[in-house]
Ligand binder design. Sequence first.
Ligand SMILES: [Zn+2]
Length: 248
Amino acid sequence: MKKDKPIFYTIRFAVISFTSAVIIFVLGFVFTSYMKKANSSTSLPVFNENDKIRYVIDAGHGGEDAGAIADDGTLEKDLNLQIARLLRVVLELNGNEAILTRDTDTLLYDYYDDLKDYTGQKKVYDLKNRLKIASEKENSIYVGIHMNKFSMSKYSGLQVYYSPNNDLSYDIANSVKSNVRKYLQPENKREIKRADSSIYILNHAEMPSVLIECGFLSNERELELLKSQDYQRSLAITLFSSIIGYGN
Ligand SMILES: [Zn+2]
């Protein structure tokens, strides 16, 4: 198995050893050049040649909504935000525009101040507003960051969902899947999934949109990885390398 993993360990070692922004920039630059070629889509272009892509990174849950809770008390909302922030850093260091829907521990139901009383409507408005934030940005690509949890602890592995509303969502999801297998989880056999109506944002999004379930909080080994900063950085770089190169 060792033979299959040298690239991942090289990336991981580099990130651990050089916490400076410089190394992330260099890796990102190499990835950018490579992925611009590798990601060329066969579907109809969503973006024009000179469009400046805006990456909307949506850390799921927040505030009173913790999302999934691991047995050791780790909250999904916290991991989501940590990874979203790292992804923003890598995107920005490589000259891309990245927007976080939330950069604090909060739900977004009152983001637009639509109602006086949100009782019983917080979750609905939270999702609506996340979608609205992404939709308001011209030429945006939406990336939702979440964690999985299941009743049986044996399940692990990153899972990608894509919006059914345009072909580019499918292409980006495939790119994430391929790079995760290549650089992060060689054993991951999960196929990408088309979002159904249970995933509100992907189901309604018009821009290219994917949702990443980064791993299972119910799997002890994966939980430890997801909590570690070096794994989070490797994950952020892998996601970055997968979502760039679709615009100009
Ligand atoms: Zn979630």
